[in-house]
Design a protein around this ligand. Sequence first.
Ligand code: 5AD
Ligand code: SF4
Length: 485
Amino acid sequence: MYQEIDLDKIDINAEPPAEEPARQYYFMAKCREWVKDFEQQNGRLPKSCVTTFGCQMNARDSEKLAGILRQMGYVDEPDEEKADFVIFNTCTVRENANLRVYGRLGQLNRFKKKHPHKMIALCGCMMQEPQVVEKLQKSYRFVDLIFGTHNIYKFAELFVQCKESDRMVVDIIDTADKIVEELPNERKYSFKSGVNIMFGCNNFCSYCIVPYVRGRERSRNPQDIIREIEGLVKDGVVEVMLLGQNVNSYGHTLDTPMSFAGLLRKVEQIEGLERIRFMTSHPKDLSDELIAVMAESKKICRHLHLPVQSGSTRILEKMNRRYTKEQYLELTKRLRNAIPDISLTTDIIVGFPGETEEDFLETMDIIEKVRYDSAFTFQYSKRSGTPAAAMENQVEADVVKDRFDRLLARVQEISAEVCGRFKGGVKDVLVESVNDHDHALMTGRMDNNLLVHFPGEEALIGKIVSVKLEECKGFYYMGARVLNE
Ligand code: 5AD
Ligand code: SF4
């Protein structure tokens, strides 16, 4: 857990320390000096905006960036136009994600023309692609700073470099050299938090760019993870989401190897922590030990996100997923035998190269058999550098779109039926916010991730309360609080 460090005691006229994280605190202190000057000249503190694209890993990285900016003296500004410093934490998992970043950059450029002192930075997965950085250097000269996924811990240092230079600063490294602990972060929610347990991915699913942009799998030491969660709990957090591209292979690369189930057992013992979630699970690595730990646990949510990607064994093989349709179905059976009320969610890709109508019907069949609580459906997106991008028989766009529409329609029908199964029951709900539309209502989340709206007061935010589920509206419930004796 990050310790409060008094930045004002750091001697910024001395040489920067070589070791981390002390080096980064030195640069944060240095930025403070610059912030003080800004305040004197402008009569206000500088404002920063961190915009996240993509997954929960990126969301967590953004909290780290926001924490560093806060230490440097910046105040948070949600409006990109008004912020003095804007950073996009990018995603590149599908082409659409990249296109959105370029579109939004165009808009930032217009803001910068009006306010030339504005600083623009880009980081995250997209920056690990050399052709992206080339394009930015050529056609997006107004960007001030570019860095990647492996050196996010160096943000304060790069920021100083950028301030001291009048040219675009680019710092991309190909492989992660270290995991730096004990850096600040600014959580989006006071009562729940993501916690990285590992970085990178070794699976090389043939469509996926993640192993190339996030590097090889590295697990954090269990002591560091536990210490971080204990600190979060002291700070009021009741729910953690353990994050990794493939949490089921956690710990294999540690000096003293440890299983993910073993880690969960330790996390379960943390007093004051009430809920544990994790994401994402690869079906090929999901052990019986993990199923047993989930079944016994009082804290692990009865929810598993188990990406299937396709229902066709032939396509799964080409995807390099290393399980068959039958093995996947057998796994869901074992899960449901051990944890009967478990909610299963998934990711599905439609239109992988060579996918025939027959293969697609296997996907339609697996969703009938598993009956997911919800499924994220994606049209296959060609990512250059991945094996699938070079495969023959790329499926025509109109065929992909037609299959996608058919799949989505059925996924939604099933989801509405499955989500309705809790009607009339009472569930524990973590209260998250005042309802956006009706301020007399509170919005909370059940352990299976479904939302519930119920009459209540703001003081309940961050608490777990019992709610009777009165009406299912498809993907959420309306309910009423049940007061326990
Ligand atoms: N095209 C479409 N979807 C993809 N995903 C990953 N790579 C691609 C791609 N090239 C999906 C997978 C993964 C989710 C995070 O994104 O379903 O589980
Ligand atoms: Fe990509 Fe497969 Fe790794 Fe998930 S497990 S990040 S889909 S390569």
